[in-house]
Design a protein. Structure first.
Length: 444
């Protein structure tokens, strides 16, 4: 019977995700596409993320995620698998199928709410972290180490989780042998990643973008705005209630859950967008359920649970009023029109340059960036890369460039922070077509 109700929850959750607006990050399309067309990560595709399925030989592009429709399928399949993993692990910890179903219901409630309609690296991390938790509960340190190492390959913010768990294993066992098994397995995926990057000659570039750039220029200019009171109140309710389980801190499973929970939240030190809470959410709802069942016999318990339910219903009503729709960010009608215009003037593998318009136009038109250099056109990237990009344009002198000079990034006009490139384009290209504010220019 529990499996039947789990199936109902999963079907309903999947249905909801088909009815919400959708925001697949452009990086998931453009980075694998450029990688598969010969550009090297970090030396030619300039980015500060660990490779994951964007820069490795096996990536989203050759696995078939090449448009928003397939991307939404990836999101739904990811959520379905996560729901199943949550049920299996919750049943193991809570010793009850009924209690495990409550965890699944909480995940159904909060996963869409915390930007579950967005597809980014964070959405995939539960598929790795939940099995890692399961194998640690079963004291299978080698397998759990491999999985946490794999999570690091996807996103470097998992490094603190790996370090915290290394300390926990030593504290729990006081045996160097167990710690050594965990560390060796942890290092295997990371070592394979490093060997690959060395083999293609980009390891120094990798160190610059993922370490030096992140800790300097990005830390100063790219972190975005902090949380406002509305965002903070939502986080406190959903993630703060997870700490109710601290009443059971003496239990090994609760200790491990808290480590995964806190370790998964450390990534919020970079940007506070709700999608970055997705890795921690499964652990939050498991801990919240543990906390609820530790309170339900107390006088204050029913009151707290009632307040939680009322606030959740209120927020859900607001959320669904604003998020049900067919809109797909970065893949709107105008973007497809621009794609069609570019394809009128180019053929596959032609070199073009996109300034201001959406960056995955290269992937949508099967073209390549001038100079074989690509970077997202944010002010913090242009501080480092603008001269290299301009040199690439001058080197290849593409016949066609695409310009949207109205674009602003965090209140800064691209014509200001990209003024060197903009000036060159205006001096050497002339307008031949446009779609709205986006202009198609041809070499004079």
């Amino acid at each position: 019977m529990a499996k039947f109700f789990l199936l109902i929850i999963i079907i309903f959750h999947s249905f909801l995700l088909t009815k919400l607006i959708f925001f697949p990050y452009p990086e998931l399309f453009i980075y694998p596409y450029l990688t598969n067309h010969g550009l090297k990560p970090y030396s030619q595709i300039l980015d500060q993320h660990f490779p994951g399925l964007m820069f490795l030989p096996i990536n989203f592009d050759n696995l078939g995620m090449t448009n928003p429709d397939t991307a939404r399928i990836w999101l739904i399949v990811t959520v379905v698998i996560t729901q199943v993993l949550i049920f299996v692990i919750s049943k193991e910890i809570l010793k009850s199928s009924k209690k495990a179903l409550l965890v699944n219901i909480l995940y159904l409630i909060w996963q869409p709410f915390f930007e579950g309609w967005v597809l980014w690296i964070d959405n995939f991390l539960p598929l790795i972290l939940l099995p890692a938790l399961y194998f640690i509960l079963k004291k299978r340190l080698f397998v759990s180490g491999i999985l946490i190492g794999l999570a690091v390959v996807f996103k470097q913010i998992m490094i603190p989780l790996a370090l915290i768990f290394s300390f926990y294993i030593w504290w729990e066992s006081r045996e160097f042998k167990k710690l050594r098994v965990f560390l060796i397995s942890l290092i295997i995926p990371i070592s394979l990643m490093i060997i690959y990057l060395i083999s293609i000659g980009v390891f120094n570039d990798f160190l610059y973008w993922t370490v030096i750039f992140n800790l300097t220029i990005f830390a100063k200019y790219g972190r975005g705005v902090g949380a406002d009171l509305a965002h903070l109140s939502r986080v406190i309710l959903v993630f703060g209630t997870a700490f109710l389980a601290i009443r059971k801190i003496k239990e090994r499973s609760v200790q491990i859950l808290l480590i995964f929970f806190i370790g998964s939240l450390i990534g919020l030190s970079t940007r506070f967008d709700f999608v970055h809470f997705q890795p921690a959410l499964p652990f939050a709802v498991i801990l919240t359920t543990l906390g609820i069942y530790s309170l339900n016999k107390k006088k204050v318990g029913p009151i707290l649970i009632g307040v939680y339910i009322l606030i959740a219903l209120w927020w859900q009503n607001i959320f669904y009023k604003g998020h049900i729709g067919n809109k797909v960010f970065f893949f709107d009608e105008q973007t497809y029109k621009i794609t069609g215009k570019i394809m009128q003037y180019t053929k596959p593998k032609d070199k073009i340059f996109v300034f201001g318009a959406v960056p995955h136009l290269y992937q949508m038109t099967q073209t390549l960036p001038a100079g074989d250099i690509f970077v997202f056109q944010f002010p913090w990237f242009f501080q480092v890369a603008q001269d290299r990009i301009l040199a690439g344009i001058k080197q290849d002198r593409p016949n066609i460039v695409v310009v949207d000079k109205t674009v602003k990034i965090e209140d800064r006009a691209i014509t200001e922070f990209g003024s060197n490139i903009y000036t060159y384009l205006m001096e050497n290209y002339e307008k031949i077509d446009n779609v709205g504010d986006t202009e198609i220019l041809r070499k004079k």
